[in-house]
Design a protein. Structure first.
Length: 263
């Protein structure tokens, strides 16, 4: 989609988005893996997608936004193997305002069982928030409560080891953490009408010895079906960290409107 508007204060917006299967950005601090799970009757197939976007505007200041996302899923007879990545870059008048991204690897073993083991690795950064690097590895048990054509409900619980480097760009402060954390999530997806779907997932992550001091992330989406292959997605993502390092903001959120092509 390309839109050009000329006015007294010139504004140029160029937006290019390419989405295959279920590709789109995951803008929260915890990756929403459930969005990328694939249901298929066939096995031993490889599916995935890629998305890229560019937004340039000029008014009182020049703003450049570049983002890309990709997902790849291999479905074997019993297991799923998932790769996700996303990068987001925002530059205002030559200054970096937002620069974040991640790469996530996950395997789901015996996916058709009620209790399915999961293994995952992730590397992530968010320079705007002060997170220079987050690397984690963990495992969990995924519990299926209900699965049908119109409604799905899952939960997972497990442990992960997390290594973080935080830096304050306005000072010389630097903190390094290596922590064992519990991770628990609840996921629901269901059809409100034939053309409207609700998808929501929430994560609760905390140190076992400080279980009531969590990092809590939620991702809520309304998906409007425009045609067989086209969706409009309204997304609200929020993260609350009860103990943010370096005095960072304890609550952040994103509101996104996405155009999704699926085939």
């Amino acid at each position: 989609m390309i839109g050009i508007t000329k006015s007294r204060s010139a504004t140029i917006i160029l937006l290019v988005s390419i989405f295959l299967v279920t590709s789109k950005s995951a803008l929260s601090q915890v990756v929403n893996v459930e969005r990328y799970r694939v249901t298929a009757d066939t096995v031993n197939i490889l599916t995935g997608g890629f998305g890229i976007g560019l937004n340039v505007s000029q008014n009182k200041s020049q703003i450049i936004r570049i983002n890309n996302s990709a997902d790849l899923t291999y479905i074997s007879h019993y297991h799923d193997y998932i790769l996700l990545s996303r990068n987001n870059f925002l530059r205002v008048e030559g200054d970096n305002v937002l620069n974040d991204g991640f790469i996530h690897l996950r395997s789901v073993l015996f996916r058709d069982n009620t209790y399915a083991p999961e293994l995952f690795l992730q590397a992530q950064y968010n320079l705007d928030w002060g997170l220079k690097r987050r690397a984690l590895a963990g495992s969990a048990i995924r519990i299926r409560f209900r699965q049908s054509e119109t409604f799905n409900a899952f939960a997972s619980t497990g442990l992960m080891y997390e290594n973080e480097i935080w830096e304050d760009s306005d000072s010389t402060q630097r903190e390094v953490f290596g922590l064992l954390k519990s991770t628990t999530s609840i996921n629901i997806r269901g059809n409100i009408t034939n053309n409207l779907q609700l998808a929501a997932i929430s994560y609760y992550q905390a140190r076992p010895d400080r279980f009531l001091k969590p990092r809590f992330t939620s991702d809520w989406q309304l998906r409007f079906r425009i045609s067989e292959n086209l969706r409009f997605v309204f997304q609200f993502v929020s993260t609350y960290d009860s103990e943010p390092p370096l005095g960072s903001t304890d609550f952040i959120y994103n509101i996104n409107n996405l155009l999704e092509v699926r085939f």
